[in-house]
Design a binder for this molecule. Structure first.
Ligand code: ZN
Length: 147
């Protein structure tokens, strides 16, 4: 089921999301819905609070992976940084330049509860960092560089 995407101004986007204790049917349904919602909106990533649920899960679909990240943690980030233009499904029609580490290592569980560790570079790294920020209530406008 496609869920409505929460837009800038809704306080849930500023909330720190809660860890998921158990991947039950409700969470599995949420993840399925998030994949559908992301695809429908042609996004590369979507965090749960963007559909109004303050839980620590996001989905991402890049050229390299298509997966759910439950209780994700960035365990390593490069000192090297890159600046790129980003948009956000919750802030339509706005793009800003954001500086981020070029590569990160992220750990999470997938929708089956299987723990995984993923080294990300380029857009993959940017997408997972953007979505991690959502789970901590941080938006691209907070990080926007003067252009
Ligand atoms: Zn976003």
């Amino acid at each position: 089921m496609i869920r409505p995407i929460v837009l800038l101004g809704d306080p849930i986007l500023r909330q720190k999301a809660e860890p998921i204790e158990k991947i039950d049917d409700e969470i599995k349904t949420l993840i399925n819905d998030m994949f559908q919602t992301m695809r429908d909106a042609r996004g590369m990533g979507l965090a749960a609070n963007q559909v109004g649920v303050a839980k620590r899960v996001f989905v991402a679909e890049t050229g390299r992976f298509w997966t759910a990240f439950v209780n994700p943690r960035i365990v390593e980030a490069s000192k090297t940084e890159e600046v790129e233009t980003e948009g956000c499904l919750s802030i339509p029609d706005k793009t800003v330049k954001v500086r981020r580490p070029s590569t990160v290592i992220i750990e999470a569980e997938n929708e089956m509860g299987v723990h995984f560790r993923l080294a990300c570079a380029d857009w993959d790294a940017r997408v997972v960092q953007h979505e991690m920020d959502h789970l901590d209530g941080i938006l691209i406008i907070d990080k926007a560089l003067e252009s």
